[in-house]
Design a protein around this ligand. Structure first.
Ligand code: PXL
Length: 287
């Protein structure tokens, strides 16, 4: 029996303003009673999504000595979770962390882009190497843009038929991970849904979302963090996807109701309490 909260090695940047990466990962997982050990790849003044020239300090050189220190201390992690990365070298270091903790749940959020386009810091070589991270993952959490990049297929801004969605999930899993959570998918029946696939069980899942006509940075980080916290606390994959979906709905709708600048991210602070309350889940269904 684990006599302490589950522990996650979270390899991400810290962006001071804009509510993404470690600034949302830490409070989200802490609220779910999971200990986060931030392994900081870089410190930025803001995220890179339209807030002007960013002040940036690269910490890549600290990643390997940090791992060596944890190994000297014999610290155990139940999960290693990576996200936005700034260079090929950082991808190499992430691979070292995953290899160092082979029994930990390996979660890769293959942050690379959105709305059909890669983020400007992601070179084609970076995108290709993100596939190497996906290959060692137990769970990946791409949006549809990232799924298309990982699969090397063109992004089409059209609703997906059920068979297409299932094929994308299965092909993503063939890259390595047993579990796939695919976010923000528009389905041919008109729903926007977050989808899941468990290869070992052969089950495909969908959790439909309430549509809000705005998009905020950091929501992918919050989604993956809730998923990590939920899975480490014993949720099934569909329960975890529903928990993450409902939490984001609350955070996005709250933020949208204030009409605040979308670049500032979602009002996580106002919503974290929900993550600490008991919930029953009845919105997941087989895809
Ligand atoms: O939310 C992903 C993310 C993380 N870190 C930085 C980012 C972004 C998305 O734009 O710019 C620095």
């Amino acid at each position: 029996m684990l006599q302490r909260p589950p522990r996650v090695a979270a390899i991400h940047d810290l962006s001071g303003f804009g509510r993404c990466s470690l600034a949302v990962i830490l409070p989200t997982l802490s609220a779910m009673k999971v200990q986060v050990c931030p392994i900081v790849t870089a410190v930025l003044s803001t995220h890179t999504g339209g807030l002007g020239e960013v002040v940036f300090r690269d910490l890549t050189a600290d990643l390997r000595p940090t791992l060596a220190h944890y190994q000297r201390l014999g610290i155990e992690f139940e999960c290693v979770y990576s996200g936005f990365l700034g260079s090929l070298e950082q991808i190499d270091h992430c691979l070292e962390y995953y290899a160092a903790y082979p029994d930990a749940l390996a979660v890769v959020d293959p942050v690379m882009g959105d709305h059909g386009k890669p983020y400007r810091t992601y070179t084609p070589e970076m995108c290709r190497r993100m596939g190497e991270l996906a290959a060692v993952a137990d769970l990946i959490t791409p949006n549809l843009t990232e799924a298309c990049i990982l699969l090397g297929i063109p992004y089409r801004n059209e609703p997906l038929r059920q068979t297409e969605a299932k094929s994308i999930l299965a092909r993503l899993s063939e890259l390595g991970p047993r579990y796939v959570a695919l976010t923000g998918v528009e389905l041919a029946d008109g729903a926007i849904a977050n989808l899941g696939y468990d290869r070992d069980r052969g089950d495909y899942w969908r959790v439909d979302c309430v549509y809000v006509p705005a998009s905020y940075p950091g929501t992918g980080d919050i989604f993956a963090s809730v998923l990590v916290g939920a899975l480490l606390s014993g949720d099934s994959l569909p329960m975890a996807i529903e928990r993450a979906t409902r939490f984001l709905e609350i955070a996005i709708r709250t933020t949208f109701s204030y009409g605040s600048d979308t670049r500032y991210g979602v009002m996580l602070e106002s919503c974290l309490g929900w993550l600490m309350t008991a919930q029953t889940f009845d919105r997941y269904r087989l895809l």
